[in-house]
Design a protein around this ligand. Sequence first.
Ligand code: ZN
Length: 184
Amino acid sequence: MDPVMHLLLPLLMLLALRIETRPVILLAPLTILPDFDAFFGLHRAVFHSFIPVLVLPIGLLLYSKFKRPEWMLSALIVQFYLASHVALDLGGVAFLWPFTTDMFYIDPELRFNMQGGLNFEWHFDAGIRDYQKMAETDFIAESTFGLLALVAIAAVVYRREAKAGIVRIWAIVREGLFGRLRRP
Ligand SMILES: [Zn+2]
């Protein structure tokens, strides 16, 4: 899945659920963090494995539960964002790296044709295949352009809310990035 969709889908979901906006916005970069394993030449492995996606966030959840209860919401958002990345990469991730680079994939398909009526065909395929290097990928895929168009239309229709939302999000980002620098 392309990085723009990786960011937008879980972010819009949490915003729609009206969970506290500040951590939802500030932690949003985690939705695309796993793809930076491409720098290590082991894309869809190093940062897509159970260690960064489950073990570390669960460690953070346990730490929050017992030592820093005020971190709990943020820890849950961290877990949701990282898990959402792997869930959306269901075409294949080396989830058990470093034990194996074999890729686990899920491929559900609902196809239809209109030859002699409306016929639906359901295919489900899941399994393990050899590691495949991804050389190049879409930054914005076709379906993402569709989603962006939908967001743009919603922003025009609800322009007052959209403007207030952008102002609010920018205030949170600015505070998150520069807030601490300004304080003595
Ligand atoms: Zn990925």
